[in-house]
Write a protein of this length. Structure first.
Length: 344
């Protein structure tokens, strides 16, 4: 008979249990972070998402208390003043949208717990232009990508950052990785035999199947990159590490990744004001569609949830390739008959 796993009665106890009848207007403010974690992403939000939402809600609660109004007593009319406050702070519309979405989730919890009848934030938003296609400003041509990679010197046994930064750019521009996915990449995510890398994505995790040249450089980099075992974190042993003395061997944060990519873009004369290094992911999508003309392939590589998102790459490529206005012929002579028709 198989051995049964012995379960102690204490294993069934819920830690930090808060009875619903104990939650009121004030206990919600004190415990919303615990409740938020339960309601977001089916109870499994990423640390980044949770941190971002809590930061937005904390700031909002502070604004409410400064203006002597309880967050659960606020009206839609009053909430619009907070939206206006964010706009006057000259925040980017995308950032305001993220903050408002976080606060809406806070109010959704209050509604579910019967603390308020309706959310004052439900119908309050911010006008944001979402382009129906990728702007030509937001990706590199193949020639520009080659220039970018060529401007980074080869590893000279002294400057590890040359090799590190080149691989980061290749992963973003050739494999379509986001900054956060490069940041989270760990040694145990790489399967050298299967030639795959497990990606900790923005919304979900998935595998990528990198090119051989990317894997070769990645393997070369891992042999020389500094690493300190005290810096193993929730994702494991980091792939891309810092070189500064104070935290040498620690996982590179997203700010550091963006800084180094922008540095090489600037040196190559390719840095565009207001455009982040996310342009490298757009570069991957655009070049891949140009080569394959297959949206399903682009969708799989970029790990999009919906092919409608991927279709942006087809729209911009088709406009650049077909040059629709070329059909307007300026070279043909206008006949006498045409002139008579024009004067009628």
């Amino acid at each position: 008979m198989a051995n049964l796993i012995k379960i102690d009665d204490n294993d069934f106890l819920v830690k930090d249990y808060l009875r619903q009848e104990e939650i009121n207007e004030n206990t919600l403010l004190l415990n919303y972070k615990t409740l938020l974690k339960r309601y977001l992403s089916q109870g499994e939000p990423s640390e980044d998402t949770l941190r971002s939402y809590c930061s937005a809600i904390d700031s909002y609660i502070k604004w409410c208390l400064t203006n002597k109004v309880h967050p659960l007593k606020i009206t839609e009319y009053q909430f619009m003043y907070y939206r206006d406050f964010l706009i006057k702070m000259n925040m980017k519309k995308g950032s305001i949208k993220v903050k408002l979405n976080a606060i809406k989730q806070f109010y959704n919890i209050a509604v579910k717990l019967n603390l308020i009848e309706n959310s004052p934030a439900k119908d309050v938003g911010v006008k944001i232009h979402e382009a129906s296609e990728i702007s030509p400003m937001k990706f590199l041509t193949l020639e520009q990508l080659r220039d970018l990679l060529n401007i980074i010197p080869d590893y000279d046994e002294k400057h590890i950052e040359y090799l590190r930064d080149k691989i980061i750019i290749m992963l973003m521009a050739l494999e379509g990785l986001r900054t956060v996915e490069v940041h989270r990449m760990s040694v145990n995510d790489i399967n050298w035999e299967m030639k795959t890398i497990y990606i900790h994505g923005k919304g979900h995790n998935d595998f990528i199947y990198p090119r051989d040249d990317v894997l070769i450089l990645l393997q070369e980099y891992l042999k020389i990159r500094p690493f300190d075992f005290t810096f193993i974190d929730e994702f494991g042993e980091p792939v891309f590490t810092t070189l500064t003395n104070q935290v040498k061997g620690k996982r590179m944060d997203r700010r550091g990744i963006r800084y180094n990519v922008d540095k090489w873009l600037t040196k190559a004369g390719l840095k565009k004001e207001g455009i982040s290094c996310h342009m490298l992911r757009h570069t991957c999508g655009t070049l891949l569609y140009k080569d394959t003309k297959d949206l399903q392939i682009v969708k799989q590589v970029l790990r999009h949830s919906n092919v409608n998102i991927t279709s942006k790459y087809a729209h911009i490529y088709n406009k650049m390739d077909k040059r629709y206005t070329t059909g307007i012929n300026l070279n043909e002579n206008i006949t006498t008959e045409d002139k008579k028709k024009a004067h009628k």
